[in-house]
Design a protein around this ligand. Sequence first.
Ligand code: S3P
Length: 435
Amino acid sequence: MSVKTIYPKRGLRGEIRVPGDKSVSHRSVMLGAIAMGTTEITNFLKGADCLSTIQCFRKMGIEIEQKKERVVIRGKGLKGLTAPFETLNVGNSGTTTRLMSGILAGQNFKSVMSGDESLNSRPMGRIMTPLSQMGAHIYSVYGNDCAPLKIEPGRLHGIHYQSPVASAQVKSAVLLAGLYADSETLVTEPALSRNHTELMLQGFGAKVTSVLHSDGCATAGIYPCKQIYGQKIHVPGDISSAAYFIGAGLLVPGSELLIRNVGTNPTRAGFLKVCEAMGADITCLERQGTENLGEPTCDILVRSGTLHGTTIGGSLIPTLIDEIPMIAVMAAYAEGTTIIKDARELKVKETDRISTVTENLKAMGAKVCPTDDGMMIEGGNPLSGAHIQSYLDHRIAMAFSIAGLAAEGETVIEDSQCVDVSYPEFFETMETICN
Ligand code: S3P
């Protein structure tokens, strides 16, 4: 049990770098493991979730060296994994579970994946359905559509899957299984979700297609291939981690922060659009020539100022889904009303974030009302420090730590160590800008 006490601050200053992107780090290990030859990754996120992915592939015979500056993976090709001797421990990581399901579905050995209590209660039917349609043998061990998941060898064929949710994890599971199928595999989603898998697969030599339709739906496709090949990957800074310090710079009076090397892939950068819509003083300084495997980066300069409410919904939601806890905190400090809608997916994250965000905002004195697909926040009143239950959700712990910097009085974050999932140095970085 770890507890962190946050005190109100004024005038945050400094230049910081955020850790590598979690989504890109996971994918770099997975593709590196099933590629032929060496993959070298710099700026890899050493958060608990990505370390779970590394451990799982080590258990399937892949040599992965973790050096200070880089991770080196000796890939053995699409069919080079070996049967694990034990259950693959996916920890708290939905990305590990869902993406790896796509890869495991194409192997000729049996495997079982299981995680922590939160992970084992998250919906896996969403990947079991399309993978089963492709011919995979994937089962929920307790028959509740949740992990533990058991995967047995099956012959995969190409399908065109119409996903009911805009989910990069679902799309990626299907595309990764598509590498092992006997014909083209397509996934159509109701709005474009993050496209790191498509970009990276292409960079590793797979034949990938992407179409954005006029009605906002998006289709990604992959052709089966004999082999993909190891690459050098520089992971951009995680915009989801940057969001906390962008929020801090905006909310704490008298602040000016420069956040370097933030990934700004348009399928991830909805948070920046929302900042703009709220009237934030924020400048993105494009970093020319730093793009790696199609992933652009920016340096972001933030100055504090008055924010106003906005409405967020539709196809913007998948581009900022993980940033909603931080956006909700910003909304509570902003003048006027903010409406977050079309975000039912919040209910199936590491916690039900409609409930954990609104409960904690209320504890700090904010006027907030949960809805079935989001929340409504009446902002503009000062918040007061409170006891925050993180419920072991890293994004709740971080968003409310920032809320505490701008609040009156002390804020106590319960189980604060859960930030290790995606941002192990979060509190150290926070100290550097507070001094
Ligand atoms: C992720 C996709 C998103 C996001 C998660 C990481 C990924 O989930 O919330 O933190 O790396 O593909 P969904 O794809 O389920 O929306």
